[in-house]
Write a protein that binds this ligand. Structure first.
Ligand SMILES: Cc1cc2nc3c(=O)[nH]c(=O)nc-3n(C[C@H](O)[C@H](O)[C@H](O)COP(=O)(O)OP(=O)(O)OC[C@H]3O[C@@H](n4cnc5c(N)ncnc54)[C@H](O)[C@@H]3O)c2cc1C
Length: 414
């Protein structure tokens, strides 16, 4: 297996680097990239993210893999991977477009009408509008098809009632993709319909959820008699599950390549901490631990290269890419715990002005559990690996073929 760039890939990388050098500042050893939940709810960060996206779009670096007819560059998946690797080496605003560009855009391209594509894709590409994903509900996460929010047809509109939860970025989004139940008399996967909803519609109430790290990355979203024009329906009536699968496949693809944290950040931290009059790096137990993290990070990276090799050869990454998220999440959490231990009693604080590396390890320690749940929990990823990589027997599914309304839901509440 050859992990080196082909001459074409190397030329593309050099071109990307030249543009990034001219437009952004490079990260230095010990710098942290903006984490997925960092500062997303801060208006100044959102404005800087919008400017960055506009700049990329103006110079042909936005939506690389989108077809040219939708304003993309028609680039290959491996070129997109190279761009992401290069962009990650620079200080850039938090990415608020992952859901829109990575999931909503491709879904609209695949299932939308021409009018829907023209309406939503250009402003999405330029970063003018931000999108969110309204799928999960209090009783539907891993088992998404169990969702209970309803859509009832009324003339040219649909009337939506119910509740979504964990909706990332809903408090600053303009549009959302929404899956709701339009028919409870058929099996649970069959009665769903998929819409695009204007997040400024009357009847939508967004309530931010404060997380353990103090951020408000996601929200509860309540729908009370919200009207959506039928022109914003993206699926056939009752065929929303097929469209949702397109979105979820794109979500997996964008999350799957998780590489874990950089060991260099940990080395810089240990170098600056004094233990018994010496840098912590002089301690053999610290070096041993860091070397173990390095080995595991390298293993993860090389496993990730299998996915990259498949992409480079024009193949679709298989279920084995679930390994990246499963192993990377745990590894980052262990590294963060070690980094906090290294800081001694101060490790228990969470004050960016007082702690090394602006308390990023503390923030990671508190954020990673959420990322181990989002886009497929550890247990669900293990199910995928056991069933689809190792070929073990599938889970028993008791609700197969039963009308949704007849699926037992436990004793009625009074
Ligand atoms: C940071 C973050 C951002 C998110 N952003 C969004 C968003 O923008 N839009 C959106 O729609 N959703 C979003 N989510 C929701 C996310 O998709 C769900 O949290 C996730 O699918 C898990 O669903 P749940 O929380 O309902 O947990 P459940 O599915 O109820 O799971 C509870 C526990 O049971 C386990 N479990 C469930 N089923 C099985 C099984 N079959 N086998 C073994 N164990 C099982 C799970 O692993 C978990 O430990 C986000 C979540 C997080 C944490």
């Amino acid at each position: 297996m050859d992990f080196n760039d082909t001459p074409e890939e190397a030329a593309f990388r050099a071109k990307a680097r030249t543009w990034l050098d001219a437009n952004a500042e490079t990260m230095k050893p010990g710098d942290f990239s903006a984490g997925p939940l960092d500062e997303r709810d801060d208006p100044a960060s959102i404005q800087s993210a919008k400017k960055w996206q506009q700049k990329k779009a103006d110079d042909g670096w936005a939506c690389l893999t989108w077809p040219k007819e939708y304003g993309g560059q028609g680039a290959t998946s491996i070129q997109n991977v190279i761009w992401n690797q290069e962009e990650a080496r620079y200080k850039t605003p938090p990415n608020i477009y992952g859901i829109g560009l990575g999931m909503c855009g491709p879904t609209i391209m695949t299932h939308g009408t021409d009018a829907q594509r023209e309406r939503w894709l250009p402003e999405m590409r330029m970063g003018q509008k931000v999108w969110c994903q309204l799928f999960s509900e209090p009783s539907a996460g891993s088992d998404l098809a169990g969702l209970r929010s309803t859509a009832v047809r009324d003339g040219d509109d649909w009337v939506i009632n119910g509740q979504k939860i964990w909706t990332t970025g809903a408090q600053f989004c303009d549009w959302g993709i929404l899956v709701v139940r339009s028919d409870a008399t058929v099996a649970k996967h069959s009665g769903l319909t998929y819409f695009v909803v204007d997040m400024h519609s009357p009847g939508i109430e967004v309530r931010p959820i404060t997380q353990i790290n103090g951020g408000q990355g996601f929200n509860e979203v309540f729908f009370t008699d919200v009207r959506i024009p039928d022109a914003q329906r993206l699926s056939e009536i009752g065929n929303g599950w097929a469209v949702a699968i397109t979105t979820l496949m794109n979500e997996r693809a964008s999350i799957g390549g998780g590489g874990g944290s950089s060991v260099h950040e940990l080395i810089e931290l240990a170098r600056g901490i004094e233990v018994d009059g010496q840098s912590a790096l002089e301690q053999s137990s610290v070096r041993e631990k860091i070397a173990t993290f390095y080995t595991r990070t390298k293993g993860l990276k090389l496993t990730g290269y299998r996915t990259l090799s498949a992409i480079s050869q024009g193949k679709t990454p298989g279920p084995e890419s679930s390994l990246g998220k499963l192993v990377g999440g745990r590894l980052t959490q262990e590294m963060a715990a070690f980094a906090m231990d290294l800081q001694g009693p101060a490790g228990a604080l969470n004050d960016p002005s007082q702690l090394p590396q602006a308390a990023e390890w503390q923030d990671r320690y508190l954020s990673i559990p959420g990322l181990r749940i989002a886009g497929g929990t550890d247990e669900i990823l293990r199910n995928i690996i056991s069933e689809r990589v190792l070929g073990l027997p599938p889970e028993a599914r008791a609700d197969k073929g039963i009308a949704f309304k007849d699926i037992p839901t436990g004793p009625p509440s009074n």
